[in-house]
Write a protein that binds this ligand. Structure first.
Ligand code: FRU
Length: 530
């Protein structure tokens, strides 16, 4: 986030402090307002500004998505928690704003837990409370030069998250870190110690805290000052165990967003693999070598996946680790050319840990529920093609929302590039592909639109190292009006980029310039729009 935020909306903030805000509660609605650049199957706010996903929790057959929200403007301002629910993580229902700024501060990012045992004593009429733990950010204190203006607070709901009450003795954790940046608490229950654990971001490291009741917190340990990338401020941590695929072993993963300092500029999320013993997080020996000396492992190499965290409360019989990120980048998020709203979330993804020839790695795959969006499926004939294969004619890509599953076999002696190009009649084109000589994936939005609004947006081609060397290449791609998500090699390399073409991309071409490449199999799924 950084200092950029605080110049905005001073008048609004003072209004909130005095309790005289004029925000109307959002009407409950299942429809979003159509706009040419609005994604059709990604979550967007009805109106106004959105950044990080917050309070991701599954409870009583509903997935909840709260988010950083300023309903009165399309730029960042006094933060609220917007709210939506879903039965399947695909169709979302907008609900009224859940948390409003109050006299303690703005409502910054945080998480929600289901307090099954009523450890907090916040249950009412025997109902299990949902407890939100978030950062209260006091902008007045910040302006007056204090350093302790970020503190952790809680709020609770006993009606399925529909209404929220601020805890009367907020904050529950004051800022004694000596750092101005002390935020984004992510909380989970740690059964061996029978305690809650909170992970907070503290500028260049995380701090871990424990509590019996979500109200009194004691310091456990710090991690990270010497590991990973430090070219920006650490934000939005998440710490969780995942069972390693094909084994009974579990490893702990720490997600950590950093801004700026991402591999392709601006905001991005790094991950660490190690162990948590109830007291401290420690890196695996392998990861120590990967993330020493300012190096990092990235969740997504595209420019537009930030502040992503995972759902809590997923039932054991489901067992998945489900992730959602903010599909934007602080470098340009506030100036992208949408009119009544700003930003979308990424597609929900499942995170997994795989043993690979290089070691233990995290992969991301699109959640299986997304197949419900498929209207139709068009199978491409397996074939060898020289230079280009235009697949536009095979279907009517009316709304520019499509999923592609493509598998190629390349001839390394011959082929240099393998590309997929999305374009429109004005000549705007978005490209993704694999540079076979450098063995790296890329996304290129330099010509994605002729109406450039920001130089950093189009400055460079985004690249991602490919971890495999195989001649078989699998690309799983989602295009949704203004974004493209690439899950390459079954989730081993991920890229997410946004763009803003003046017309939908109706044409799709596959290209392998100057060489003959084999399309082993391919399916096009035009996607429905809710
Ligand atoms: C991440 C972030 C968080 C903060 C929030 C404020 O994008 O900067 O650290 O809580 O956004 O909106």
């Amino acid at each position: 986030m950084g200092r950029r935020l605080y110049l905005i909306s001073c008048i609004g903030i003072i209004g909130y402090m005095m309790g005289c805000h004029t925000i109307k509660k959002s009407e409950e609605s299942t429809n979003s307002i159509p706009e040419p650049l609005r994604p059709l199957f990604h979550f967007t706010p009805l109106q106004g500004w959105m950044n990080d996903p917050n309070g991701l929790v599954y409870f009583e057959d509903e997935y909840h998505l709260f988010y950083q929200h300023y309903p009165d403007s399309t730029v960042w301002g006094p933060m609220h928690w917007g709210h939506a629910v879903s039965k399947d993580l695909v169709q979302w229902q907008h609900l009224p704003i859940a948390l409003y700024p109050d006299t303690i501060g703005l409502i910054f990012s945080g998480s929600i837990v289901v307090d099954h045992q009523n450890s907090s004593g916040l249950s009412q009429d025997g109902k299990i409370p949902l407890v939100a733990i978030f950062t209260h950010h006091n902008i007045e204190a910040e302006k007056s030069g204090q350093v302790d203006y970020e503190k952790q607070s809680i709020a609770y709901s006993t009606d399925l998250g529909r209404t929220w009450t601020m805890y009367k003795s907020n904050p529950v954790l004051i800022n004694l870190t000596g750092s101005k940046d002390f935020r984004d608490p992510k909380v989970f229950w740690y059964e061996p110690n029978k305690s809650w654990i909170m992970v907070t971001a503290v500028r260049d490291h995380i701090s871990l805290w424990s509590s019996p009741d979500l109200k009194q917190w004691s310091f456990l340990s710090d991690f990270g000052a010497d590991w990973g990338s430090h070219n920006g401020v650490w934000e939005c941590p998440d710490l969780f165990p995942i069972q390693i695929e094909g084994s009974r072993d579990t490893a702990w993963v720490l997600l950590l967003s950093i801004n700026p300092g991402g591999p392709n500029g601006g905001s991005a999320t790094q991950y660490f693999i190690g162990d948590f013993n109830g007291q401290a997080f420690s890196l695996s020996e392998e990861f120590k070598t990967l993330v020493a000396d300012d190096r990092a492992m990235w969740v997504d190499y595209g420019a537009d996946n930030y502040a992503g965290v995972t759902w809590s409360g997923i039932p054991e019989q489901d067992g998945r680790r489900l992730f959602l990120g903010w599909m934007s980048n602080w470098t340009y998020a506030q100036i992208v050319p949408t009119k009544t709203w700003r930003s979308a979330m990424t597609l929900p993804r499942e995170l997994k840990l795989h043993h690979t020839p290089q070691g233990l790695r995290m992969i991301s795959i699109p959640i299986q529920e997304l197949t419900s969006l498929r209207k139709d499926s068009i199978t491409l004939k397996p074939q060898s093609f020289k230079d280009t294969l235009d697949i536009t004619a095979l279907y009517d890509l009316h709304d520019a929302n499509v999923e592609l599953e493509l598998e190629f076999e390349i001839n390394r002696m011959d082929a240099k590039m393998l590309e997929v190009l999305f374009s429109n009649d004005t000549g705007e084109v978005f490209m993704l592909g694999l540079d076979l000589q450098l063995n790296q994936y890329y996304m290129d939005r330099k010509k994605s639109s002729f109406n450039h609004f920001s130089n950093p947006f189009i400055e460079s081609v985004h690249i991602a190292p490919r971890s495999l060397k195989s001649n078989f290449i699998k690309l799983h791609i989602f295009l949704d009006v203004a974004s493209c998500e690439l899950f390459a090699d079954e989730g081993a390399t991920i890229m997410t980029d946004i763009f803003f073409p003046s017309q939908p991309y109706h044409h799709i071409k596959i290209a392998s310039p100057g060489s003959t490449t084999k399309l082993v199999q391919g399916t096009i799924y035009p996607l429905s729009t809710h």
